[in-house]
Design a protein around this ligand. Structure first.
Ligand SMILES: C[S@@+](CC[C@H](N)C(=O)[O-])C[C@H]1O[C@@H](n2cnc3c(N)ncnc32)[C@H](O)[C@@H]1O
Length: 216
């Protein structure tokens, strides 16, 4: 099943989960702040899902700024659109499209949360986002990965089961957690390599990692 179909099928379950997992709201907030946005900026969220980051992003750019959410899945965009309409956010726009070739002309910042693990060549995708915002623009990634903390082995068992259940299009011989870890590490390394003033943080028992920076 494609990622677009998978997330359309599970949109109703994903929507509350993406907002209510303990610790997640704080990490989403930190990610929006790490973008170091100014009032009036344009920020694009790649793979915006049902819109759990939109409120924080909107707060950072203010009513005179613009937030654009891009996602391939019609189902999650429908949920996101419901939130936007209910809140009456006129400066938040949702576009169905591919985050690897964003259907947007320009932006001051790009953010992607729990998305980079879906790309087979995360380095190339993040490179593309850095080129897209250009020198002086900012990029932030927030992703789940195995915990490196002392109690990691225990929480990583649960994490492995969660990743297995929530990975669309698994191939029989791949370990989805290994694949996810590899892709997340490559994506975050690319932000570190391309950016200055990088910010790092983690939370949710060390299972969620934030890397952000300003493109050189
Ligand atoms: C795990 S969800 C994360 C959603 C949201 N960013 C969040 O933090 O809750 C991954 C999202 O990436 C989207 N996605 C996957 N591949 C994509 C692509 N090539 N272009 C745009 N969106 C994509 C999926 O449809 C899904 O909504």
């Amino acid at each position: 099943m494609s990622a677009a179909d998978f997330y359309t099928r599970w949109a109703d379950l994903y929507d509350p989960l993406s907002r209510l997992i303990p610790g997640i709201a704080g990490l989403r907030r930190k990610t929006a702040v790490a973008l170091d946005l100014e009032l009036g900026d344009v920020v694009v969220e790649m793979g915006c899902g049902t819109g759990a980051n939109l409120a924080s992003l909107r707060e950072e750019v203010g009513p005179e700024g613009t937030v654009i959410g891009v996602d391939v899945s019609a189902g999650v965009l429908e949920r996101a659109r419901e939130h936007v309409t209910r809140e009456g956010w006129e400066n938040v726009h949702l576009v169905r499209g591919d985050a690897t070739a964003p259907p947007v002309q320009r932006a001051d910042a790009v953010v992607a949360t729990f998305v980079i693990g879906m790309f087979s060549d995360p380095e190339r995708v993040v490179e593309g986002w850095c080129e897209f915002v250009g020198s002086g623009g900012t990029v932030a990634l927030l992703n789940a990965t195995r915990s490196r903390r002392a109690y990691g082995p225990l929480v990583n068992l649960l994490f492995r089961a969660f990743v297995y259940a929530s990975t669309p299009g698994k191939r029989r011989f791949d370990d989805p957690t290994e694949v996810l870890d590899r892709r997340v590490a490559a994506g975050h390394r690319t932000v570190e390599r391309r950016c200055e003033r990088t910010v790092h943080d983690d939370g949710a028992l060390g299972l969620v990692r934030l890397t952000a920076g300003r493109v050189r």
